[in-house]
Design a protein around this ligand. Structure first.
Ligand code: ACO
Ligand code: PYR
Length: 528
């Protein structure tokens, strides 16, 4: 259980509301993997889906019941709606499916806005209350713990508070433990939402939860405001996945509750797992992690401005709102045209180079970076090229592992329409002059292949080096000069990854520069 035990619920709905997000389709195996990660984090409740409505969700609960999912911290929750209007609860197939799921907890969604009751459900307030009361009572009598998601609560309360409160009362009369006020269309702002939460808590004394969609980009702020106004159950999704603009991001909500409000809503050791779990869940959802995501994004503690770095050099706390390590993240300093000497000095520490007593080097390299970036270079994502620039300035670079005499690339467009590139390189390596030719499906591929062919017999480490990623950007209007091409090459040797950059008016030459830097960088690490 969470440290605060049952007095505060972290309730995750990634597998239900998160799965309502455009672009997300979980398989049953994915759902099991998501549930395991969330359980490992220590959330109190995992809403697994809507059994009876989606065959995959029915299957998920069946597999969980068969032992494919063993939860150590969380309780599994089945989600579904109240009985239909005019139908006896024991005859309602969807309510039956909730029971059959075997989940110990059921969350029922119910209308709490009179306009929805009359126009969408085509019934009246009395019957809606009966639907809520009957369904909750039925499930409680069957030994289930029941929470009520009061849909469109805030709009409904503003329109006709009596109807909205009667919905909540019906749930509690039936035996519901928590009534969850839902900002279903996500249109609320924090102050107004908090006022309503406080009003409901004061008027009813019920245990209140909060569920916020993100349509005003305030889902996290609204959730935190609701807690400050008395809510003790927060519904969230991993990385804010969810219907339309999404839901309240679990990682930001938990990060705020723990580090800002001092609420131990997760086991203490879980906080440092937030970044890892967020990225693992993004992987399963097949969505690239959002680098700018609060707390867990790779840019969340990345400092680019020189003035920031100069204060961070004195004390990182001056520019970080928390210790990044507390949530499993890292601080990074970016060296770009916005850098000052402090930025480079801090970056040097990351490279293991002490620049404290090298003011001239700092000044020179910062100037070079600014000049190069004005011409289209970018070192932000190319630490390896920056390190080479710095080492070159410090005269710490050994002779390069090879030198180029010349290269030539030709492109054959044959009569049958196939296109083959062929490259020849002439290099000097280990005291020999080597000429090698290779083909590739593009000029850069051919050049890389020819260079490898030439160097491989002489550089034993080269075999382990692979190209991971290759990104090209055409930069136009560089201070009125001609367009230039910027190439970023990410390489790996199976243990480390590093990125290098090349810029030139010609894409092949830009690629060559980045490729060469990648190998020179690797050579500086060989034998370390
Ligand atoms: C706010 C939220 O995000 S709640 C979660 C919403 N999630 C989903 O809708 C995903 C899963 N949904 C589904 O698979 C389908 O919509 C089903 C199986 C639930 C229902 O499908 P269908 O029977 O074809 O109905 P349909 O989706 O067209 O309409 C919903 C029906 O439920 C009724 N309904 C809506 N809310 C409620 C409620 N809280 N209580 C009882 N009935 C409700 C509607 O009045 C409508 O009834 P009708 O068919 O008699 O007009
Ligand atoms: C229950 C839910 O998902 C909502 O009201 O938005």
């Amino acid at each position: 259980m969470t440290t605060l035990g049952d007095s505060f619920h972290v309730y995750d709905t990634t597998l239900r509301d998160g799965a309502q997000g455009e672009g997300i389709t979980y398989s049953v195996s994915d759902k099991l993997a998501v549930a395991r990660l969330l359980d490992g984090l220590g959330v109190g409740f995992i809403e697994g889906g809507w059994p009876g409505a989606l065959p995959k969700d029915t299957e998920f609960f069946a597999r969980a019941a068969r032992g494919d999912l063993t939860l150590k911290n969380a309780q599994l929750v089945a989600f579904g709606s109240t009985r239909k209007a005019g139908v006896k609860v024991q005859d309602d197939k969807q309510v039956r499916a909730l029971l059959d799921s075997g989940a110990p907890v059921v969350t029922l969604v119910a209308k709490s806005d009179r306009r929805h009751i009359e126009r969408a459900l085509r019934t009246d307030v009395a019957e809606n209350c009966a639907m809520v009361r009957d369904t909750v009572r039925f499930l409680v009598a069957e030994g289930r713990r029941v929470f009520l998601d009061a849909e469109h609560f805030f709009d409904g309360f503003a329109f006709d508070s009596d109807t909205s409160l009667r919905t909540l009362e019906s749930a509690v009369e039936g035996g519901a433990d928590v009534v969850v006020l839902c900002d279903t269309n996500g249109g609320q702002l924090p102050l107004g939402l908090a006022e309503t939460v406080a009003d409901v808590v004061a008027r009813t004394g019920f245990r209140v939860g909060i569920h916020c969609q993100d349509d005003t980009s305030c889902a996290v702020a609204n959730t935190i405001a609701a807690v400050q106004a008395g809510a003790t159950h927060v519904q969230c999704t991993a990385n804010g996945y969810g219907e339309r603009a999404g839901n309240a991001d679990l990682f930001a909500v938990v990060g705020n509750l723990v580090t800002k409000l001092g609420l131990d809503v997760l086991p203490r050791e879980s906080l440092a797992e937030l970044t890892r779990v967020s990225h693992a869940l993004a992987e399963i959802a097949n969505i690239a992690p959002d680098s700018h995501q609060a707390y867990v994004g790779s840019s969340a503690f990345a400092h680019k401005a020189g003035l920031h770095a100069s204060a961070i050099k004195v004390d990182p706390e001056l520019y970080n709102h928390i210790d990044p390590g507390a949530v499993g993240n890292d601080m990074r300093v970016l060296v770009t045209e916005m850098a000052g000497r402090a930025s480079l000095e801090l970056k040097g520490r990351e490279f293991g180079i002490d620049l404290t007593r090298r003011p001239d080097t700092l000044t020179t390299v910062v100037r070079k970076v600014k000049e190069l970036e004005a011409g289209g270079w970018s070192f932000e994502a190319a630490d390896a090229s920056l390190e080479l620039l710095l080492k070159d300035e410090l005269s710490e670079l050994d002779a390069p592992p090879f030198t180029l005499e010349s290269y030539r690339v030709v492109l054959d467009h044959t009569q049958d329409g196939s296109i083959v590139s062929e490259a020849t390189v002439k290099v000097h390596v280990a005291g020999e002059r080597v000429i090698a030719t290779a083909e590739g499906n593009g000029p850069v591929h051919a050049l890389d292949a020819a260079l490898r062919k030439a160097l491989l017999p002489h550089l034993s480490w080269l075999d382990s080096v692979q190209l991971n990623d290759y990104k090209v950007r055409i930069l136009t209007d560089q201070h009125g000069t001609d367009a230039v091409t910027r190439v970023l090459v990410e390489s790996t040797d199976g243990e480390r990854e590093w990125t290098t950059v090349g810029v030139h008016g010609n894409i092949v030459e830009a690629s060559w520069l980045a490729l060469c830097d990648a190998l020179v960088h690797k050579a500086t690490r060989v034998g370390e």
